[in-house]
Design a protein around this ligand. Sequence first.
Ligand SMILES: N[C@@H](CCC(=O)N[C@@H](CS)C(=O)NCC(=O)O)C(=O)O
Length: 283
Amino acid sequence: MNNYVLYGYGESVASNVVRLALAEKNIPYDYKLIYLESRGDHLKDDYKKLNPKTLLPTLTVNEKPISESIDIMRFIDNEHTDQGSTLFLKNQDEEFDNLLDYLFLDDTKELGQTFGTTGGGISVPVLGKLLCKRSFFSVLWDYYKNHGVSKRKFIFVMVRFFGGPPPGLYEKMMYFLAKHLVYTENYLNHGKTYIYGNDYTAADCLLTPLLHRVNEMRFQGVFDGSKFPNLSRYWDTISNRPSYKEAIINYETGEWKPVLEDLYGDGPNLYNDLLWSEIEKIR
Ligand SMILES: N[C@@H](CCC(=O)N[C@@H](CS)C(=O)NCC(=O)O)C(=O)O
């Protein structure tokens, strides 16, 4: 029997993807919490040996590391074909593959290019505050010296410098988020229960953490049934599955909640109105 250890962080989209997949397949695993921006645990040598890109998550299988959330999902689905949900279709299907590409947090793509990369973009106000728990020079030194993805070095240093999104970035993210929410709402016009039909798949493992992030970042009115009926119904379905609590809610570190309260109090995201005006322009 395989011994699984997952290295992840509670409020990380890609870690949530893999924890959902493990929960949906009823696979037990040991968990190692790696703090990201507030401590930079992922930039330390021990973790870099497992994941040279210094990204979360990593799953070790009998001590052999697998990185990339999508590859981890493929691996566990192949290893445990008859257990829990079947995450990948048996036959090659181009539309399914395109959907996975669209929802996957592909670190080679620009922020906002796909729904997957937009999840990171809309998180930047919180990431900025967490980075501010460390001095500017320690962030500069650590990210330039140790981060495994070149283009992220500069982005994170800029986010630390501004204590949040650099000027213009979040406005751009609202345009992309609006576009991806409208696209996903229209995609769900197929009327099926899940994003790719009536069975839960890897595409749902990718989409659930993105919608969770939209909710978490206090974008209001997306799931209340009035503007996006399909997304609201879908959200209702996936957030009521046991895996949502098991894999996402139960793993929250508690680092994000006070930061969100500090940023928005009890109210919506400060860019909520801009998001809705972008949505209105597209619809
Ligand atoms: N393509 C990778 C992306 C992983 C990724 O970007 N993870 C984020 C957390 S959601 C991360 O490690 N961020 C920390 C950093 O870039 O410093 C995957 O899907 O596994």
